[in-house]
Design a protein around this ligand. Structure first.
Ligand code: ME8
Length: 513
């Protein structure tokens, strides 16, 4: 089994401050990174900012500042957000860094040397907002404004000398690659979209621009800057110290395990990126997962639409873990999802405060009163006990499989069911009525504590801070978390001390009460 796991988020445009969509991708990527770490994998988790191109140049001009200074400022807000979201990223890459331009220039030189790039002239539509070229069929006119049918962004006509990448040549090899690697693009529906797009025919791709200067220069012709997507995609290699292919990071982590992206940038990751890499004789990533959009009403939440929920405000008002839990649970992974403060509040009350928080408080409080904050000494499992404990063991491989296929929804359902079952177990077994049968009372408490331990381990990738607080009951710290220990039923040492915990999640009072 490959023990190395490399996961990336998109590198975000610092053209404006981060919003909930960015937070969403980053939180999901962090979830996978943390899960694989506690599964015992060697993980590299990368995020960062995409700082070149016309979009950034224009945004900087609008503010009247130098683009590098502009990027420094906004990139910092993305870095700060990473901390605020408690991301466990191993690196944060900026495309204005030297290590990155070196890597892009090298890739360019290889492509040029291999005859994959030629000089010609581009005339066609360009969307600065998407930094994408569109064909005539992909354009529509709305209120006498030309827009991309694909993204809805405005397009403009450009005519300039440009280098082209021979994308058309890679149509058949790409189709062969998709066929041989059926899980390269997930979810399945997006894969079909990509395959039919490629089957419709690929045109050579313009990979340089001449009419502005904010970017990495073409090494052999300084009049041109390298197309920002060729520049940006290469970040995934730069962070591993490419072009030094003997570097440990590169050797351990390339090809990437998963590029986690939003469906808006699938074409770049699932078509252009593997084509560039195949042409340069570099292995493509193992998987590109295109998740859905966070919607506001019926529309994509986005900077340009101005319909954003601010993650910082939500975190300040409700806390980070509630937001992380809510986003992961509420948006059916792979699909679009609507989020709202009302639904966030009800999720905090039901799942976090009532189910998880309450379970932990009740069991520990009962233990304190009756067992003096000690793990029971004498216990014996009856069928009910074994049944509920066994669920973790018997579902272990399925859970791993779910995560390896980015099937977060199954994972979340499992957790919700187990939270419900654990609460029900404690209620139904009525340890408070077993004061004359201390062994039974002890057994119920032991099982309940084991359930709390197991559930907290499963919750750790989702709500790391809260799960760690709970695991502190058992003096388990972050480094000691081992996913496979959920298969064990008697990990808690008899007679050892446990710690009390403070309230985990405050219930939100409804404004209508
Ligand atoms: O596209 N719902 O950067 P970007 C869910 N720099 N996710 C969303 C979202 C929403 N409403 N809005 C944004 C770029 N995202 C390029 C990427 S990678 C080599 C270069 C997330 O700042 C989602 O992951 O526009 C989407 O793909 C990404 O942010 C786009 O961020």
């Amino acid at each position: 089994m490959d023990k190395n796991f490399y996961i990336t988020t998109p590198i975000y445009y610092p053209s404006a401050n981060p919003h909930m969509g960015h937070a969403y991708s980053s939180i999901i990527a962090d979830f996978f990174a943390r899960f694989k770490r506690i599964q015992g994998h060697n993980v590299f988790f990368l995020t960062g900012t995409d700082e070149h191109g016309q979009k950034i140049q224009r945004a900087a001009e609008k503010r009247g500042v130098d683009p590098k200074k502009f990027c420094d400022e906004i990139s910092k807000t993305f870095r700060d957000l990473s901390r605020l979201l408690n991301l466990s990223n191993d690196d944060f890459i900026r495309t204005t860094e030297k290590r990155h331009s070196k890597s892009v220039e090298n890739l360019w030189k290889i492509l040029e040397k291999k005859g994959e790039i030629y000089l010609s002239k581009y005339s066609g539509w360009y969307s600065v907002s998407d930094e994408a070229f569109y064909t005539e069929d992909e354009i529509e006119e709305i209120n006498s404004k030309k827009k991309s049918k694909v993204s809805g962004s405005p397009v403009e006509w450009i005519e300039e000398e440009s280098y082209f990448f021979k994308l058309s040549k890679w149509q058949e090899p790409l189709l062969k690659f998709y066929n041989e690697n059926p899980n390269f693009i997930l979810p399945e529906s997006r894969k079909n979209e990509v395959i039919s797009f490629v089957k419709n025919g690929l045109k050579d791709l313009s990979v340089s621009r001449k009419s502005f200067s904010w970017g990495i220069k073409v090494p052999s012709n300084k009049d041109h800057v390298i197309y920002v997507w060729l520049d940006a995609l290469t970040n995934y290699l730069s962070a591993l110290n490419y072009p030094d292919i003997n570097d440990k990071l590169y050797k351990d982590f390339w090809p990437a395990s998963v590029h986690l992206i939003g469906k808006d940038i699938l074409r770049f990751h699932a078509i252009y990126w593997p084509a560039f890499l195949l042409a340069a004789n570099i292995k493509p990533p193992k998987r590109v997962y295109g998740h859905g959009w966070i919607l506001s009403g019926e529309e994509k939440m986005s900077k340009s639409k101005g319909n954003i929920l601010d993650p910082i405000e939500i975190i300040n008002n409700y806390g980070l873990d509630p937001l992380r839990y809510y986003l992961i649970k509420e948006v059916s992974f792979g699909n679009d999802g609507n989020i709202s403060k009302e639904k966030l509040e009800s999720c905090i009350n039901s799942d976090l405060a009532n189910n998880f928080g309450n379970l932990c408080q009740r069991v520990v409080a009962f233990n304190e009163k009756n067992l003096n904050l000690k793990i029971p000494n004498q216990y014996e499992f009856i069928t009910d006990d074994k049944k509920i404990l066994e669920i973790y063991n018997s579902n272990y491989n399925n859970l791993i499989n779910d995560i390896d296929n980015q099937n977060i929804n199954n994972y979340m359902n499992f957790i919700q069911n187990q939270l419900f079952s654990a609460n029900k177990y404690f209620n139904d077994q009525e340890p408070w009525n077993k004061k004359t049968d201390l062994k039974r009372m002890n057994s119920i408490v032991y099982v309940s504590l084991e359930l709390i331990r197991k559930i907290s381990i499963l919750l750790y990738p989702i709500i790391p801070n809260s799960a760690l607080k709970v695991l502190k009951i058992f003096n388990i710290d972050e480094k000691q978390i081992d996913l496979s220990s959920i298969k064990e039923h008697e990990l808690l040492k008899k007679n050892s001390n446990i710690n009390k915990i403070s309230i985990l999640f405050k219930k939100i009072e409804s404004k209508n009460d």
